[in-house]
Ligand binder design. Structure first.
Ligand SMILES: [Zn+2]
Length: 131
């Protein structure tokens, strides 16, 4: 399921949405908090400019809201339905999940956001691009 060419691949790995050949991020680990939003300006492989326009990634905030809810629902289902936790424990589990996964949620949101605008192009290279 997770192979190059699938949008999920780019979303989950943070790779270039057009060529899927390299990471958009300077530091792949989202838990190195100082660098969480540090991205390369362009893809070194296909020359895609990640920041399509100024403040392009502000839109990712809307996505992060939805992704955050998805994580919260997952935490609720696991804690409350699978583990049978009480409501208060479930609530704490949801908050804990959101805090722990915040860097991942932020990155996934950016990845989803840029993938809404950029299509995968297997043939995209430095010398063969349409900008
Ligand atoms: Zn690329």
């Amino acid at each position: 399921m997770l192979k190059k060419g699938n949008k999920l691949y780019s979303i989950l790995t943070g790779s270039c949405p057009r060529c899927h050949k390299e990471s958009m991020y300077v530091d792949k680990n989202p838990y190195h908090m100082g660098k969480i939003f540090e991205m390369h300006e362009r893809c070194g492989h296909c020359d895609l400019k990640y920041k399509i326009e100024p403040s392009f990634f502000y839109g990712a905030m809307y996505v992060s809201y939805a992704v955050g809810i998805a994580f919260a629902v997952a935490a609720f289902v696991i804690a409350n339905l699978f583990l049978g936790a009480s409501l208060i424990t479930t609530f704490i589990a949801i908050i804990g999940t959101l805090v722990v996964f915040m860097p991942v949620i932020m990155r996934i949101s950016r990845n989803i956001w840029i993938n809404m605008f950029v299509k995968y192009d297997a043939k995209a290279t430095l010398h063969n691009t349409s900008r």
